[in-house]
Unconditional design. Structure first.
Length: 251
């Protein structure tokens, strides 16, 4: 092969290689990332910015062009790489002058990674919109060993939920919480199960009353919850504690 021809082929090969490298998605080496735009029936503007604060905690922030969806009780919700769903803070919060947008949240330590950020209507149990990042964002997560004994809580005490108890048990390798037969569903909009662990972390879980008048009397405790110190009934509409029951500390 003539020398000039070989040189041209070599240069073309280098050019193609450079183009291939340029087209490949870059790895997430920075701690700051922007998501894709929100897509959904109600939440379809803006995006999410991921960063870390001075304490090393992971923070999610809505962009300035994000518009709050016209729906009751919209909440932040995260989905991790395994499909576990974490219902978090309400999108609109109250202050002295009314309501304001909860534009930034700190990702709880029990969330292992962030694959999707969703806007969830806790009133209608409906997905309003969601967005993803170019790659799953890894956070830190440590789960304490779970006790496997069956335990019964104290009686519920609160302004609305003040009857019955909860039982924590194991079934098929999973922890379950079950309300006693004398528990009465509080007269409040969008009551939800909520769990508090021994460190004070709060986990907003399933809705208590579901469609057609049925009561979600038993739930499976997600694996990311290290332990259960309290069971609460939480009004996701008004962001109010309706009542709670506690378990005796393990000795």
């Amino acid at each position: 092969m003539p020398r000039l021809h070989r040189s041209l082929c070599f240069l073309v090969s280098l050019g193609l290689a450079a183009m291939a490298l340029g087209a490949a998605p870059a790895a997430n080496t920075s701690l700051d990332h922007n998501s894709r735009p929100f897509m959904g029936v109600k939440a379809n503007t803006g995006f999410v910015m991921h960063s870390t604060n001075k304490d090393g905690r992971h923070v999610l922030t809505l962009s300035n062009d994000f518009k709050v969806p016209d729906a009751p009780a919209p909440h932040w919700q995260i989905v991790d790489g395994r499909g576990n769903v974490y219902l978090l803070q309400r999108l609109m919060v109250k202050d002295g002058s009314g309501e304001k947008l909860n534009r930034s949240i700190v990702v709880p330590a029990y969330v292992p990674d962030v694959a999707k950020v969703q806007i969830w209507c806790a009133w209608a149990e409906a997905l309003l919109g969601e967005t993803t990042f170019d790659a799953v964002i890894t956070t830190e997560c440590c789960a304490a060993p779970a006790d496997q004994s069956t335990r019964t809580s104290t009686q519920f005490i609160g302004v609305k939920a003040n009857t019955g108890r909860a039982t924590l048990a194991w079934a098929d390798g999973k922890r379950t919480l079950t309300l006693s037969s004398d528990f009465k569903v509080p007269d409040a909009p969008a009551p939800h199960w909520q769990v508090v662990d021994s460190r004070g972390n709060t986990y907003l879980l399933n809705r208590l009353d579901i469609k057609e008048g049925k009561v979600n009397r038993m739930i499976v405790v997600p694996a990311y919850v290290p332990d259960v110190a309290k069971v609460q009934i939480w009004c996701a509409w008004a962001e109010v504690l309706l009542g709670e029951a506690a378990f005796e500390p393990m000795r």
